[in-house]
Design a protein around this ligand. Structure first.
Ligand code: AMP
Ligand code: ZN
Length: 494
């Protein structure tokens, strides 16, 4: 079996093939760094992260590039409003994007910035101009002549019959049902940032940067291009038009689009008050691993309805996995092996792979690991797990985690970083008591905790219950959960 993926271009699930054997060249449209990223953005970025992780797990060498849009209408407007340069304005949000991506377990792609490629973009417009595909308007802006690209609409399946030759639009996002010559390059407006280039002064349009940077990094034809579903039209349609009319080659073989996330059943929007950045959720006390888990729990083409109940449920799921792994590590097992357990572990690995090969069915892959955990927990309770069964079970978990990335217990330091950021920004008021409580346990190191537990147990054995109770109370107050087992006290952070 091999990976089957939905391709927006063919509107079908297809076998995933690459142009260069076991190598994948892929590009995702990245963030516009004019604000903090919201959970919808991260649904898309996490879905693409899982795709690239699964491709690596399947033996591909993955070249994954993402752009940072650090110049566009909104950025220029906001920078001018704040009286700072475009670079000063975007630096803060670019840094935040990198931190947030790491916080939510995204393996970093190669990142390329629009403002580092202004000359490449001007040259590209020059080439389109030479072919009469681009033209210059009276004010010095350049437009793409849609009439020169008859296949326009092939990705979004829109029929643009009867479109007006020469009608044009110069905003980056426009009326979804009309085709217009779109801006490649915009002439400077008074008070706005611009660059001096071979085609004159101005700044690039948004669509142009992705064509130029993706082909520069990955070649004129590459394997896969990704983004949220809103990008199909006009952004990706325009990228195809620009690139293919110049090269005469297929731009990207596969088009991977992630369905929009809803919040509590509604489109996320600031006016509805259901708009959340990643940091908003951490400020409320939710763990990054819970957020990642929730975002991965619905296959990328299905509607994901984000709810706070779902987020709480995700935390329980992650804890179950982590506790199970801890159980495997804690215990001394009798020697030997139980073939049924080994088979269970191997079958789970196969089921997870089959699920992901089926157009990245992440929900099914999660179901497979939970079935393993359920059965193996009962076997552990019944004392049936032997020494040689532990490695296959841990391997099942680690294959899962290579894609889902939630097992490592590193939520606390990440939450502490958001706490410190909020303090630094003067946003203490937004720090919830849950976050305060959640990070308190981060202040005790593992060895501090272990020392206190040893002291607590020592005191109990010496029948100094007053001391053992007070040590326990101190740990509990710091967010440490303690469980007494036959093998002694077991602890974990709340
Ligand atoms: P932007 O920063 O607006 O350019 O968006 C970055 C990425 O997030 C793009 O791929 C968008 O399609 C995607 N995106 C924006 N909103 C949502 C949403 N609600 N659900 C899923 N993806 C989204
Ligand atoms: Zn793009």
């Amino acid at each position: 079996m091999s990976l089957r993926l939905y391709n927006t271009m063919s509107a079908q699930v297809e076998e995933f093939r690459t142009l260069r054997d076991k190598q994948v060249f892929m590009y995702a449209c990245g963030p516009t760094v004019y604000d903090y990223g919201h959970i919808g953005n991260f649904r898309t970025f996490v879905a693409v992260d899982m795709l690239q992780r699964f491709l690596r797990q399947s033996g591909y060498d993955v070249h994954y590039v993402m752009n940072i849009t650090d110049v566009d209408d909104k950025i220029i407007r906001n920078a001018a409003r704040d009286g700072v340069s475009v670079q000063q304005y975007t630096a803060k949000y670019e840094k935040a994007f990198l931190e947030d991506s790491a916080m939510i377990g995204i393996e970093p792609p190669k990142l390329v910035r629009a403002t580092d490629h202004i000359n490449d973009m001007a040259e590209f417009v020059g080439k389109l101009l030479a072919k009469d595909i681009a033209y210059c308007s009276d004010d010095g802006s350049y437009y793409f002549r849609i009439a020169k690209f008859p296949a326009y609409g092939k990705l979004s399946k829109k029929d643009f019959g009867g479109m007006l030759d020469g009608a044009r639009v110069d905003v980056d996002e426009y009326d979804k049902d009309s085709a217009r010559d779109f801006a490649l390059w915009k002439a400077p407006k008074p008070g706005e940032a611009f660059w001096q280039t071979s085609i004159g002064p101005g700044r690039p349009g948004w669509h142009l940067e992705c064509s130029v940077m993706s082909m520069k990094e990955l070649g004129e034809s590459f394997d896969l291009h990704a983004g949220g579903e809103d990008l199909v039209f006009p952004h990706h349609e325009n990228e195809i038009a620009q690139s293919e009319s110049l090269t005469g080659k297929t731009f990207s073989q596969f088009w991977f689009h992630v369905r929009f996330l809803l919040v509590e059943g509604e489109k996320m929007s600031k006016s509805l008050g259901n708009f959340y950045t990643l940091r908003d959720l951490v400020l409320k006390g939710y763990k990054p691993s819970s957020i990642r888990y929730l975002l991965t729990s619905v296959p990328y083409r299905n509607q994901l309805n984000f709810t706070f109940d779902g987020l709480k449920q995700a935390a329980v799921s992650v804890d179950r996995l982590r506790n199970f792994r801890q159980r495997l590590k804690d215990k001394n097992f009798p020697s030997g092996s139980d073939p049924a357990i080994r088979t269970l572990a191997h079958e789970t690995i196969t089921h997870m792979r089959e699920a992901l090969e089926d157009d990245l069915n992440t929900a099914q892959a999660q179901a497979a690991i939970f079935e393993m955990v359920r059965l193996a927990n009962s076997a552990l309770d019944a004392g049936k797990v032997k020494q040689n069964d532990v490695a296959p079970l841990l391997e099942g978990l680690s294959k899962f985690d290579e894609i889902f990335a939630v097992l490592e217990d590193d939520d606390r330091p990440k939450m502490k970083a958001v706490f410190d950021w909020a303090v630094g920004e003067g946003r203490e008021k937004e720090i919830s008591s849950e976050l305060r409580e959640g990070i308190r346990s981060a202040e005790l190191s593992d060895s501090d905790i272990e020392q206190k537990i040893a002291a607590m147990e020592g005191a109990r054995k010496a029948r100094n219950f007053k001391l053992s109770d007070s040590l326990r109370a101190e740990l509990v107050a710091a967010g440490i959960m303690i469980e007494n087992t036959k093998e002694g006290a077991r602890w974990r952070r709340k």
